[in-house]
Ligand binder design. Structure first.
Ligand code: ATP
Ligand code: MG
Length: 387
């Protein structure tokens, strides 16, 4: 029996006249996710139908669709004709494995084609009766059934299925402009990137690299993290910025307790330049209030002052254990905890200033040729595409 994948979406339905734009983008992203499988994709009645020439690929396709934002549910459905006898027989045949293993069930019917001669309760009765005859061990339980058999009568076919898989939700990536993610090797920034992408934001990443203080393996680790995040965004460019000279200059000229905050301001300014060059209109970081000395409200304020682009901090209100849970869910945690140093950890002051004052920080920055340092860093960027 022919099988297709039905993809349903959530918030897109609320987009009024713009809905077709969101739907088309979702289809484009689905197509990209199913690259190599030659899917035939059609849309109708708030559902996207995907059929694959090689049905062996259906499980793999389902796995890939779990990472496409905008999808709320994914269903492997069997395609049956629109005639009640054939529906009863076909349902019993297609779902025999699931139903043999269950003890209770119920049928739910949805009739989007109102011309179909039977109403939904009648369809449930007919199909339910036929299944009870075919599987005498099964009992109907309308309150808490083990299996719900869904029968959807749509325009051209009937679709039957048992299990719905939860999609990732959110909005299609690309429906909400592009932002530059400041991606470290830590736990927080990949999660922040995932959360921005979930709201439809396309991403590129910036990574600050302090060769030879940080090793090539630290860079590889960040590229691996970018690759995992790019599983949700459909590929991602990573701009690797040489940062050592800036860090050494700050260490040489500025008060020790200000090192981290001045360094953070440089990161923001350089990221903003790279954003402008690449069409990104916001920055995304993995900062969370109070997590470290440079993330007190005062420090975040001073960091924020360095740029005029909006800065999004999707994990700002999350506790570390909540961020860790999310990192495990999206698959970045194991890579994030690999023990390679980050540029932030190599020049950490013993007593960082947790309540920095903007005028004092700016006065210290006067001791540096900020413009030349930023230009040199931007000129030295190496851009790598990961997918
Ligand atoms: P993370 O777990 O994301 O590394 P963190 O708790 O270690 O965050 P910080 O080191 O203060 O916090 O960094 C705060 C944010 O600054 C990070 O979430 C990230 O967005 C950005 N950042 C820090 N280091 C780098 C880096 N080497 N390259 C790019 N961005 C960075
Ligand atoms: Mg970090």
């Amino acid at each position: 029996m022919k099988q297709v994948i039905l993809v349903k979406y959530g918030e897109i339905i609320l987009k009024g006249l713009n809905r077709p734009i969101f739907e088309d983008l979702l289809v484009k992203n689905i197509r990209a996710a199913l690259r190599g499988m030659s899917p035939d994709i059609t849309k109708a009645q708030a559902t996207t139908y995907i059929s694959l020439p090689d049905e062996e690929n259906i499980s793999e396709a389902t796995e890939r669709l779990k990472k496409v934002f905008g999808i709320v549910s994914i269903t492997k459905a069997y395609v049956l004709p629109k005639e009640i006898g054939a529906i009863c027989e076909g349902t019993a045949e297609c779902l025999k494995d699931e139903l043999s293993a269950a003890t209770t069930f119920k049928v739910e019917a949805k009739r989007s084609d109102k011309k179909f001669p039977l109403k939904s309760p009648e369809i449930c009765r007919e199909v339910g009766g036929a299944l009870c005859m075919k599987f005498p061990h099964l009992a109907v339980d309308v309150k808490a059934p083990e299996k719900i058999v869904m029968v959807e009568i749509r325009d051209t076919n009937t679709y039957v299925y048992c299990d719905k898989i939860k999609g990732p939700g959110g909005m299609p990536v690309g429906s909400n402009a592009k932002a530059m993610l400041l991606l470290s090797g830590g736990i927080d920034s990949p999660v922040a990137g995932y959360m921005a992408a979930k709201r439809g934001v396309a991403l590129e990443a910036v990574h600050f690299f302090s060769h030879p203080y940080t090793s090539d393996r630290a860079k590889e680790k960040v590229l691996e993290l970018a690759k995992i995040v790019s599983g949700y965004t459909g590929g991602m460019r990573v701009h690797v910025v040489p940062f050592t000279d800036i860090q050494l200059e700050i260490r040489k000229h500025c008060p020790e307790e200000q090192l981290t905050i001045i360094m953070r301001r440089f990161m923001m300014k350089i990221s903003e330049r790279i954003a402008h060059k690449n069409g990104a209109i916001a920055l995304v970081t993995g900062e969370s209030i109070g997590q470290v000395a440079s993330q007190t409200v005062e420090a975040l304020g001073v960091t924020n002052d360095a740029v005029s682009l909006p800065v999004f901090r999707p994990v700002i209100g999350m506790d570390k254990d909540e961020i860790v849970e999310r990192a495990r869910m999206i698959g970045t945690f194991e890579t994030s905890i690999l023990p390679y140093e980050d540029c932030c950890t190599i020049f950490t002051p013993k007593h960082p200033n947790t309540k920095p004052k903007l005028d004092k920080i700016k006065a210290s920055e006067e001791l540096l040729d900020c413009e030349a340092l930023i230009n040199a860093a931007v000129d030295g960027v190496e851009t790598i595409f990961v997918s």
